[in-house]
Design a protein around this ligand. Structure first.
Ligand code: F6P
Length: 524
């Protein structure tokens, strides 16, 4: 296997580290003048998505250095491995075959995914036509965040181009073990016309199984004779679904080489096919496949997910930026930041390389964010004038999803672009002084350092195809960052200890004095 041993001891790494020191004081505005080709090299399109990386704190020299690091990190080999269905997740000895769910990658993996894909379509069509009016989708993490994003982005009737979306049963996504989540969903459902979709790769996750059992109890309490007959299971552990009492026809399998946070392309995406129809699901997959082809075949310098991933490494690892915020300037994408939090932080929040050696450098930044313009009136103060200067990302859509008139959307997009421009430009002390009639203290408070990096992503429209492209772009970007860091983006051992301790707590184990005090106070 291609090893990653000690990337930080290589000449490519050392060059970037030296260069980072120089770039720490670089004037980003001056880079536009100094680099006439900057827009051409840093504003790239794939499918219906345009990504403007030109306001990042990176120069042509930075990009060349990152290309050299990609070579040192054997980026081409790892990308080949991903698309060949070879092991890319060494700690679990697995390939990562989510791309096969959308028809990309190794023919054998695509063939293996086909029956599950066919079954999900058949089940979705059946549910759309059998009188079901409500679906409760129970899952957590990757078994909920992707489906919830898809539904919120595409599932509201009349909001897609041509008003094509959201004509099937209402789907309620329930994740939290807090019974409030399930209670609220069930309160909106008619038990006589409700189906329960239990989504769990392992079919053993505490939250999901607890919610599933309570949903079955609710059906029974409301006179449904065969609650399990109302259930559909989506899982990579079909045996456990059978043991749970779900009939074979209602078990939708997917491969254990499909990671939870990469799984919305598989039967985990069933709610989209139920709510919006199978054609919408097909378009989602087609949009992702277009980005797969771009990522697989485009040289590094023009490869959009690769460049964006490399620049993430540049910011977090070399420039020491601890966070990256993402603001969806489109209400339909308001769940994108929480989806990306899992994708990026569960994938690349690692402290050993893929061979198990501790890494001596920062890996993934903390992903956070919100919705624009709301966030401008809440957290943007820190982004503009706080002491951190971390990258900000704006995601906007050219076509509006409503027909309330042009003002809303013109202001929305204008605000998104203005924020990026303001972060870059800032306001000097002298400019502020002129505004404040010479009051120096107020002028200092009203000065903006500027020179703060951002990325802007602009979709032509928000339809299933464009959303598929956008999410595949983020997946490959995350994969690229992992390769340049030498880490495994496809495992998540860091979530285990908390789960074990919760079980131990349930079983009455001993803990530290603080935790013991909390247990006693809560009466557990
Ligand atoms: O605890 C983390 C995790 O394993 C995620 O990686 C996963 O998406 C989520 O839990 C849900 O797991 P499952 O689909 O097996 O219920």
């Amino acid at each position: 296997m291609t090893t990653s041993a000690a990337l930080d001891t290589t000449p490519a790494w050392a060059l970037l580290a030296d260069h980072a020191a120089a770039m720490a004081s670089a004037d980003l505005t001056a880079l536009f003048a100094a680099e006439p080709a900057r827009l051409e090299t840093m504003v790239l399109d794939v499918g219906e998505i345009c990504v403007d990386l030109s306001k990042q704190a990176a120069s042509a020299e930075t990009l060349a250095g990152l290309a050299a690091l990609a070579k040192t990190a054997a980026f081409d080999d790892w990308r080949t491995r991903l698309f060949a269905g070879a092991v890319v997740n060494p700690s679990e000895g697995r390939a990562a075959t989510h791309i096969a769910e959308r028809g990309s990658g190794a023919a054998a993996d695509v063939a293996a995914a086909a029956p599950g894909q066919a079954k999900l379509r058949a089940v979705a069509d059946a549910v759309r036509g059998d009188g079901t009016r409500h679906v409760v989708h129970i899952g957590i993490g990757g078994s909920a965040l992707g489906p919830a994003l898809l539904l919120d982005a595409l599932g509201h009737a009349g909001e897609g181009p041509g008003g094509h979306t959201g004509d099937g049963p209402a789907v309620h996504v329930v994740a939290n073990i807090d019974g409030i989540a399930l209670s609220r969903a069930l309160a909106a459902c008619d038990p006589a016309a409700t189906k329960i979709v239990i989504v769990s790769k392992t079919f053993s996750t505490l939250e999901t199984m607890t919610n599933a059992n309570s949903a079955l109890d609710w059906l029974a309490a409301h006179g449904v004779a065969d609650p399990r007959g109302r259930c559909i299971a989506v899982t990579a552990a079909p045996g456990r679904a059978r043991d749970f009492g779900i009939g074979e026809a209602n078990i939708l399998p997917f491969a254990d080489t499909v990671g939870g946070r990469y799984s919305l392309w598989s039967a985990v995406g069933l709610p989209l096919a139920i709510r919006c129809g199978v054609a919408a699901f097909d378009d989602l997959l087609a949009g992702a496949a277009a980005v797969d082809a771009h990522f697989q075949h485009t040289p590094f310098a023009r490869n959009l997910p690769a460049l964006a991933g490399a620049l993430d490494v540049w910011a977090a690892t070399f420039m020491g930026k601890a966070t990256r915020s993402v603001f969806a300037y489109d209400e339909r994408l308001r769940l994108l930041p929480s989806f990306l939090q899992q994708l990026e932080m569960e994938s690349n929040g690692k402290r050993v390389d893929r061979d198990g050696h501790p890494v001596a450098y920062p890996t993934a930044a903390i992903t956070w964010g919100g919705t624009g313009t709301d966030a401008q009136h809440a957290v943007f103060q820190l982004l503009h004038q706080g002491t951190h200067s971390d990258p900000v990302e704006f995601v906007a859509v050219r076509e509006p999803g409503h027909d309330l008139g042009a003002t809303h959307h013109r202001q929305l997009l204008g605000n998104a672009f203005a924020q990026g421009a303001a972060l870059l430009r800032g306001r000097t002390f002298d400019e502020a002084l002129a505004m404040t009639g010479g009051d120096e203290a107020i002028a200092r408070a009203r000065s903006f350092p500027g020179n703060r990096p951002s990325t802007t992503i602009l979709l032509d429209r928000l339809d299933p195809r464009a959303l598929g492209s956008l999410l595949a772009f983020y997946e490959h970007r995350t994969f690229t960052a992992a390769v340049l860091l030498g880490i495994n983006p496809f495992d998540q051992w860091g979530v285990e200890l908390g789960k074990e301790m919760a079980s131990a707590l349930d079983a009455g184990g001993n803990f530290d004095p603080s935790t013991e005090g909390l247990i006693a106070r809560a009466g557990l």
